[in-house]
Design a protein around this ligand. Structure first.
Ligand code: NAD
Length: 499
């Protein structure tokens, strides 16, 4: 049976293992394809937040939870993964209603969330502690312990995936998690709570607090019982969280913004490059931290390459997120579209030439939605505002470059360092350039591929720390060293007992 509006979570908050009506400011989740209301409800108040933290602290310090063996903790993660897998269509529908994403993309994200829990169940069961090399008459161990209560703060662009990326490793490590989703997309996190609740995970180990960043996000960051904040969102917010974390000497992981370069050398396979570039910038309507939003093309092929790219862009189907052939769905919210439009206006003022797009679609069926056409802009310098700042929409700037040295310098001349794409048939060159680019991830002859087993994170203003991969769970643990005497002899320094 196809999911329908009655499947959307009702708007109760999940706090300490109980469902309750929130006491905070109102939250409106709307479907950005037509502005219809998904749900309106009261978000978390300060007291709701304090209750969630308190329940988390109690649940996390309970010996029944702390003493679980890794394979026993892993069984909860398997159950969550199974619960997600059994509800893929429903989750995809909720996420699509919440964010405007296509059902195809929302389905893939739900599947990836199930895989994330399965992966960290495996990591949890198979991570060894180390017996270190002794340098005396003792055995030395390096052990890992959970941090305590972790706050996960997530953005609206891919909520189920970013939620899972934090919750799975944090629970696997033995922590409790308080999740604060973005106000525009609270529903899929509440659906995740319904699934987690059904697994019998001890109450309090997981809570969801939809609410404003200023109130609830801030409460979590500053609260003394929060042992770590794992944040994904904008660089400005990340900096603010890092400043407050420094005061508490609290570890943070920050997955922040990007302005990722894509580089096409004159020896590239042109069709491979065009397909990858289109996917890299226009899938998710450009609302992706890793969007390849600055395109550098070698000067001798610039004109002909850009002409073909424009032609391919104009063939993309902008349409309703529930139509199977839609490639470009609406933006998350009309307010966000306004920000994207402001950036395109700035580009025009700076002398940019709009090669395609730069407007809302004219299709009468799309007038009610937050749609924006895939847009390509030329004629701007890499130092222009459009090339420096993250737009987070379907807007690509194209720039020519001369040679390897020039493109490396231009690519790195940006405060962000999240990702990069390279298109060339020269293996040695791809390797050289990939190593010279300051970015957390470089894709060679592909773009925007993800694997839960490969670490992900940003360089420079794109973030601190890494998620995913086997070490992803360790990011939610503290190390402890144990020395165990094997000599049975008193320390000679004491000269005791007297013989
Ligand atoms: P945002 O920074 O506005 O909000 C992110 C989350 O932080 C939300 O839940 C918000 O309510 C909360 N928040 C806001 N102010 C806060 C505060 N003062 N204290 C604590 N929490 C606060 O970002 P957004 O607009 O929701 O998301 C878009 C941004 O996220 C883009 O910059 C994008 O690049 C970035 N992003 C990064 C990654 C990555 O992995 N690097 C992934 C996805 C999105």
């Amino acid at each position: 049976m196809k999911p329908d509006l009655s499947d959307l979570p009702g708007g109760k908050l999940y706090i300490g293992g109980e469902w309750r009506t929130g006491n905070g400011s109102r939250i409106r989740s709307v479907f950005s394809a037509d502005q219809s209301l998904n749900r309106e409800f009261s978000g978390a108040s300060q007291q709701d937040g304090l209750d969630a933290i308190d329940a988390a602290r109690h649940a996390q310090s309970d010996r029944d939870w702390l003493d679980l063996k890794p394979h026993q903790r892993a069984s909860y993660l398997h159950a969550i993964s199974d619960g997600i897998a059994a509800n893929i269509d429903r989750i995809a529908f909720i996420q699509s209603r919440d964010t405007g994403k296509t059902l195809t993309e929302a389905t893939a994200l739900a599947q990836s969330a199930a895989a994330t829990f399965r992966y960290f169940a495996a990591v949890c069961e198979t991570s060894d502690e180390a017996l270190t090399t002794p340098r005396g008459d003792y055995l030395t161990f390096s052990m890992h312990e959970p941090l305590g209560v972790v706050a996960a703060i997530t953005p609206w662009n891919s909520p189920i995936a970013s939620d899972a990326q934090k919750i799975a490793p944090a629970l696997a490590a033995g922590n409790a998690v308080v999740l604060k989703p973005a106000s525009w997309s609270p529903l899929v996190s509440l659906e995740l709570a319904r699934i987690i609740d059904k697994t019998g995970l001890p109450k309090g180990l997981f809570s969801v607090l939809p609410g404003s960043g200023r109130e609830i996000g801030n409460l979590l960051v500053e609260h003394p019982d929060i042992a770590k904040v794992s944040f994904t969102g904008g660089t400005g917010t990340g900096r603010e969280i890092a400043r407050k974390a420094a005061e508490k000497l609290m570890p943070v992981s920050l997955e922040l913004g990007g302005k990722s370069p894509t580089i096409v050398f004159d020896d590239a396979d042109i069709d491979l490059a065009i397909a990858g570039i289109l996917f890299g910038i226009f899938s998710s309507s450009g609302q992706s931290c890793i969007a390849g939003s600055r395109l550098f093309v070698q000067r001798n092929i610039f004109e002909q390459f850009v002409a073909r790219l424009v032609e391919a862009t104009e063939r993309l189907k902008t349409g309703h997120p529930h139509e199977a052939d839609t490639q470009v769905a609406p933006l998350v919210h009309v307010d966000h579209r306004r920000e994207v439009e402001t950036y395109v206006a700035v580009a025009r003022q700076e002398g940019g030439r709009i090669l395609t797009g730069g407007d809302r679609p004219s299709d009468a069926n799309l007038q009610a939605g937050a749609y924006y056409l895939p847009t390509i802009i030329a004629g701007l310098d890499n130092r222009s505002r459009i090339c420096r700042e993250e737009i987070f929409g379907p807007v690509l700037v194209v720039l020519p470059f001369e040679d390897e040295a020039d493109v490396i310098a231009q690519s790195n001349d940006n405060e962000y360092g999240l990702a990069c794409g390279l298109w060339t048939s020269d293996f040695s060159k791809s390797w050289r350039v990939a190593r010279a680019i300051r970015a957390g991830t470089v894709w060679i002859n592909t773009f925007k591929q993800f694997s839960i087993s490969t670490p992900f994170g940003g360089d420079k203003a794109s973030g601190v720390g890494r998620e995913k991969g086997r070490d992803g769970m360790r990011a939610y643990m503290r190390q402890k060293s144990l020395y165990q005497d094997v000599s049975g002899k008193p320390h000679p320094w004491a000269r005791w007992p007297v013989s």
